[in-house]
Design a protein around this ligand. Sequence first.
Ligand code: BDR
Ligand code: CA
Length: 314
Amino acid sequence: MNKTAIIIDTDPGQDDAVAILTALGSSRLEVVGISVVAGNVPLELTAKNVRIICEWAGRPEVPVHAGCERPLLRPLVTAEHVHGKTGLDGVPLHEPAMPLQQEHAVDFIIRTLRERERGTVTLCMLGPLTNLAMAIVRAPDIVGRIREIVLMGGAYFEGGNITPSAEFNIYVDPHAAATVLACGAAAITMLPLDVTHKATASLARIGLLRALPNRAGNLAADIMTTLERFDVQRYGADGAPLHDPTVIAYVLQPELFSGRKVYVAVEQNSELTLGATPVDWWGITGKPANVNYLTTVDSDGFFRLLADNLSTLP
Ligand code: BDR
Ligand code: CA
């Protein structure tokens, strides 16, 4: 079976960790490399956390490339209030032995898309979109070579999670997000809060992962239990939303999700609504759709998929 080649761009982040483990556990994905960005915590920590996660998965050979230290135009905003000081609070962390690659993440993205056959590499974007925007600006020829950009970000029907109108990944670097959404790539799929707030880690679903007879299942369960403490207090839902793993799940099993092809832009100027992603759900602007905007998920199917893939890891 042909594997789908993916680059994961990420800022771990507890939910990033579960997403990366799920991808590394899948026999249907080739993780070509991981590019790291500043987001939930500063770059030094996100770059360390990615290597810890690869070592948890027994995959120290995966190339990890550090990328941009701050957003294109704005100072970095972080989310320690959700993910803790380390970015991965709630599980024991070790000093990773595997090295970071010398090559910058932006160069890695450009080189990979140029070297690989056109239309074969999917970009799984789990954090602020700074690295990809930089790559597009430096090398616009890569856009036509991308198979699909699948990104966790944005919010419309659900409201924001870092301001009343903006979702964290888009808010942190709205200029990068605007660059990516307007880049003209043939396929961009967005997993906004409108869908991730339906992918909730209830106690029963966490139990499914904890019952796995390996370390990865337990790590994922512990991470979700920690997330739970913050998110359930705030959202009062049946469990915390599990954002970033929906990106990997969509790549593996798109039929778990549904949505609509629509025009989406990013607010870059207003102080009040910076980073908002107004969705032209009813085609009011007449502008051509630039995004496949997902709004529903089969959440039990999603958790089964996570459990299946995590079960193959150490
Ligand atoms: C997104 O923000 C981060 O805190 C999470 O890792 C996720 O990528 C959710 O808004
Ligand atoms: Ca993230």
